[in-house]
Write a protein of this length. Sequence first.
Length: 175
Amino acid sequence: MAAPGGERTLVFVFGTLKDGFPNFAVNRGRRVGGAYRTLDRLPLLLVGERHVPWLLDVPGEGERVAGEVYEVDAAALAAMDELEGVGRPDGYHRKAIGVRANDGDAELQVQIYLRHVHQLDRAQVRQGPLAEYTLAHAALYRKRRAGVLSYTITRVSHSATSAGFGLPSISTLTS
């Protein structure tokens, strides 16, 4: 989508890049009014002892995830890509999906940050699938320490699984 001042991209954010959330300072975009949900159901999980929000690239599983849409320029998109680890084996990948405004029928094609399911150690899942990453979830989040590219995960015990990809259900999670 071209706009004055250069190329612009619409990005859907569902976790720490939302307004008021821990990594919002990295998000230098202009908010496109309203709240949105993904058209496809996707599994949103809290993963690891840092409680990092992961959205898995498994359309049809999970929930229609709530989030915000931002219009960003190339520099802002590069900063978001860096935060999300795009291009790193342990990072997110970015792809186009559809979202719909909560207050109407308006649909947008946006970029979103997703993880591949093969990146997930199911024992690391703390909560999910979730329909929305909330401030209560963000209170559990811990930023990566400077200079640390990976993190230690405490295993989650579980006895039941969610349908589809074997994730522990919320009611069976222990920490």
